[in-house]
Design a protein around this ligand. Sequence first.
Ligand SMILES: Nc1ncnc2c1ncn2[C@@H]1O[C@H](COP(=O)(O)OP(=O)(O)O)[C@@H](O)[C@H]1O
Ligand SMILES: [Mg+2]
Length: 217
Amino acid sequence: MTPHFNLTNIGYTVADQRILHDITLTVMPGEFITLAGPSGSGKSTLLRLLATLLTPTTGTITYNGQPQAHYDKITYRREVSYCFQQPSLFGETVADNLRFPFEIRKLPFDQTQAEQALANVALAPTMLAKPIISLSGGEKQRVALVRNLLFAPKVLLLDEITTGLDVDTKTIIHTLIAKLNAEGITIVAITHDESEIQAAHRLLHLTAGTLEAKHDK
Ligand SMILES: Nc1ncnc2c1ncn2[C@@H]1O[C@H](COP(=O)(O)OP(=O)(O)O)[C@@H](O)[C@H]1O
Ligand SMILES: [Mg+2]
């Protein structure tokens, strides 16, 4: 099987600061990997490289056996979806955000599909009309996740998306992530959450820009 991602001796330097060095990593389709490590160790940078939000300073990352540069960025980002730690919602209402994935695909908005996707993260259909400014942090994060998942990606990159959320919301999100992985979506999640680490196949640990240990579980 061709790996989803292949990283060989990847380095990332910005403003003379070496943020990542000698990262070698293979991610297979269907894997669920968690990435842990101290603040500032380069976790988000590594995920952004996988997402093509950044380009490695040294080395090449392949996706499905081809260099990332081989892909058109829009196509790539539809397949490899990145969820930020601080979700950014736009427009005025939840519906404005959920219309967006349809618009970029030149498809009519499917309200039933949107409502089902909201139900997957325990949000009611009435949520569609709600103003963004009225949402709690946990609701914002779930709406952002729904926006990313209306059209299923092949890979989901999650950057501490449950940090700071209440236990119930974390459980809802973790349950959804496990379900998506069971359906075949590859997950790479930065997390400090013990239950999420337990659910994963593999735990990677970054220290000062280097992958320190790989625990096969
Ligand atoms: N654009 C940038 N310019 C300068 N320094 C950066 C930039 N992006 C990240 N860094 C630095 O790189 C290091 C790793 O950052 P990051 O990948 O966000 O770590 P983590 O997600 O593990 O907390 C930090 O020291 C951070 O300050
Ligand atoms: Mg980070």
